[in-house]
Design a protein around this ligand. Structure first.
Ligand SMILES: [Mg+2]
Length: 252
């Protein structure tokens, strides 16, 4: 379907939990070489092939390492165009500094002993607690309440809570602006988490309003991901490897 009219087709994929498995420490996640080959081939044919991730864009472009793709990082705040290297940042400096100021003010040694790891993603601060227990999760909820009371946005993912500057549109806004003005009629989108659900819902709305004609939503299901994503998906797979097989099939 995508290859019927490649000049008006886009393939957009999340990375962690979709192109590669989630691992205990995010810095150890590896995108398999066969994903690289398939995405590179598809990028030669399709109008848009993009990776949309919650990670900083420079990190995600290094992980996937196919220069001909579009990379969107930090849930839409940062972009690297095909062949580009310097990221474009879509946020003013004052808003970008709000979340790190919150962490500076509230960070405590107790967070580390409770098993919380703070990932400094510039404008977004992510608190990870994979491997820690329910008490730690309760602590993360308390921190989230504090951040929300300070006017910051809170987003929950798979064993991660993100503190974001207010008013961010996330991946939903990112996919919409990625497709804007490019004559895209067919979109395939794959994801596994709550932020991907927001993008999937936006794409469905775009299809209903006639902005695009065809949409294939692929959900990589897991016990940690949102059930709603599985409910609205056209294709559900239970492992990133299955999505990689589909990409290989598309690439021929
Ligand atoms: Mg993911």
């Amino acid at each position: 379907m995508l290859l019927d009219d490649p000049d008006s087709s886009a393939l957009i994929t999340d990375v962690d939990g979709t192109l590669c498995r989630i691992v205990g420490r995010p810095e150890r996640a590896v995108v398999p070489a066969r994903a690289r080959t398939s995405l590179g081939t598809l990028a030669e044919r399709l109008e848009v092939v993009a990776c949309v991730s919650g990670r900083p864009v420079e990190v995600v472009s290094r992980m996937v390492d196919v220069p001909s793709l579009t990379y969107i990082g930090n849930h839409g705040l940062e972009l690297i165009e095909p062949g580009g290297s310097a990221p474009v940042v879509e946020l003013d400096a004052e808003d970008a500094a709000l979340t790190s100021a919150f962490i500076r003010e509230h960070d405590s040694p107790f967070w580390v002993s409770a098993g919380i790891r703070v990932e400094d993603k510039g404008p977004i601060q992510a608190l990870h607690w994979r491997g820690a227990d329910e008490r730690t999760e309760a602590t993360v909820h308390e921190i989230a309440d504090l951040a929300a009371a300070s006017g910051l946005d809170i987003h929950w993912g798979r064993k991660v809570m993100e503190i974001r500057p207010p008013g961010m549109e996330g991946k939903a806004g990112a996919v919409e602006s990625l497709l804007e003005g490019r004559g895209i009629r067919t979109v395939a989108f794959a994801g596994d988490d709550r932020t991907d659900l927001e993008a999937a819902i936006r794409l469905k709305e775009m299809k209903e309003s006639g902005e695009i004609d065809r949409l294939v939503l692929v959900a990589v299901s897991s016990t940690e991901g949102p059930p709603e994503l599985v409910e609205i998906a056209d294709v559900v797979v239970d492992d990133p490897d299955r999505w990689l097989e589909m990409l290989q099939g598309l690439a021929g």
